[in-house]
Write a protein that binds this ligand. Structure first.
Ligand SMILES: Cc1cc2nc3c(=O)[nH]c(=O)nc-3n(C[C@H](O)[C@H](O)[C@H](O)COP(=O)(O)OP(=O)(O)OC[C@H]3O[C@@H](n4cnc5c(N)ncnc54)[C@H](O)[C@@H]3O)c2cc1C
Length: 404
């Protein structure tokens, strides 16, 4: 019988420490600068690639951890270092998840390593679903793929928006409609390889937080990709479309399959930001004196810290549970992936706000990192499914009712 344990094993502890050291020594000292510059931190991405942290092997190793926890541990430490830089480094993994969820084994073998490149030739990848009129409602995608049988090519048209690494990525994975009448059941995922004509970057967004991560529109204008770039292959797509047209159940929809598996890791990123703010606020509260005593001696402050710590630990446990369930093949019965992302995202926003309060005026100015952590935290209630959408997923799962 397997004993229940929440203790991390030696491998996990070692990798957690290795990533923590990188976060502390390389990311943290640079965080303020890249937030101000609002540019992709190439030197840090290259450094991560040099030591093997940004690499196909490392990410594959994390996903292969039999407990499922390693990727969550890595994400927490990276975001503890800096969430914007962490996303600049690991933004490619969303595309990797898209290829992994929808591609054939041959496609996975061909394209996933290309999302990372090599330490001497670092590559980035992007995953594009969202569109100007299709955010939470991914079923209403307007971008289209039309098959040109004579050339065995797909012709992609449309505009993707809010895309992490959009336009600067070497490999783009895009989810577009091949049959608009079928809604999300008519979606398919395509690889747009490096150098393909017809794909370009639209506007780059200036953001509230995670400003070291590049977010931009991606425009597809008669962008032609070879037939082999359809993830899963044409035969499988045709079968799926035929079933959908007959009104039969189809396998998991392309975009949803990607998001579901990555939610506990996104949640773990939020936990990392919350922990950074909590640790900073705790130290500050012990140092800062008002009325001739440390402010932590006041229950008003100490209880805040107690609640912050409790929320962070609860959020982490939800992320670990969902990551473990996903890895060990346990079915999410109650939207456990969504629970983890919902609670962790909201915890990060709340904890970072409490941290600002504990620092008072010092929490509100850019010389201190706490306001940045609050700005960074907010994205976690918005991307990869807003908090409202996570609640919808959970509510539908627990009630069996198609709650709107
Ligand atoms: C920095 C950043 C990076 C991103 N990276 C990517 C990326 O790499 N790839 C990608 O594809 N997308 C990406 N996104 C897009 C992101 O996933 C969307 O912004 C998100 O899904 C919400 O869509 P929306 O912004 O259109 O908001 P909307 O869907 O318009 O939602 C607006 C509000 O209405 C609420 N709402 C909508 N429908 C319902 C409902 N049925 N019930 C209750 N409330 C509802 C929402 O919760 C929200 O509060 C990114 C976004 C940002 C800001």
């Amino acid at each position: 019988m397997t004993e229940f344990s929440l203790e991390l094993n030696e491998d996990q502890l070692q990798i957690q420490k290795w990533v923590h050291d990188f976060a502390e020594n390389v990311m943290r000292p640079e965080a303020h600068e890249w937030d101000e510059r609002e540019e992709t931190p190439w030197p840090i991405i290259k450094e991560a690639a040099k030591i093997g942290l940004y690499s196909f092997d490392f990410v594959a190793n994390c996903f292969l951890d039999p407990t499922g926890l390693l990727m969550a541990l890595v994400n927490e430490e990276m975001s503890w270092g800096d969430a914007g830089i962490a996303l600049a480094i690991f933004g490619s993994t969303l595309a990797v998840a898209g290829i992994y969820a929808n591609g054939t084994p041959e496609q996975q073998g061909e394209w996933i390593p290309q999302c990372f490149g090599t330490p001497d030739d670092v590559k980035l990848a992007a995953f594009g679903v969202s569109e100007p009129d299709a955010g939470s409602d991914v079923s209403s995608l307007k971008s289209r793929a039309v098959y040109d049988e004579a050339k065995d090519e797909w012709v992609l048209n449309g505009t993707k928006t809010w895309i992490t690494n959009g336009g600067i990525a070497n490999t783009h994975v895009v989810v577009v409609s091949v049959d608009p009448e079928l809604g999300s059941r008519g979606h398919a995922s395509f690889i747009v390889p490096e150098g393909t004509p017809g794909i370009s970057q639209g506007q780059k967004f200036k953001k509230m937080g995670i400003r070291a991560s590049h977010t931009a529109e991606v425009v597809l204008d008669d962008c032609r990709v070879p037939g082999r770039c359809l993830l899963g292959g044409k035969e499988k797509l045709d079968e799926r479309l035929a079933r959908a047209r007959e009104g039969k159940r189809t396998s998991t929809q392309a975009a949803m399959a990607t998001f579901e598996g990555s939610r506990p890791f996104v949640g773990a990123q939020a936990v990392g930001i919350a922990r950074a703010a909590y640790e900073y606020a705790l130290e500050y509260a012990k140092e800062r004196k008002q009325f001739k005593r440390a402010i932590v001696e006041n229950q008003a402050i100490a209880f805040k810290l107690a609640d912050m710590k409790t929320h962070i630990d609860a959020a982490r446990l939800l992320c670990w549970r969902a990551a473990w369930m996903a890895r060990t093949g346990k079915k999410f019965e109650s939207g456990e992936g969504s629970q983890s992302k919902l609670f962790a995202g909201e915890t990060a926003v709340w904890v970072t706000e409490q941290a600002i309060q504990i620092l008072g005026g010092y929490g509100y100015v850019r010389e201190y990192p706490v306001e940045r952590w609050h700005r960074d935290a907010k994205i976690y209630t918005i991307f990869e499914g807003t908090s409202e959408i996570q609640r919808l997923v959970i509510a539908r799962a627990i009630s069996g009712v198609h709650v709107k």
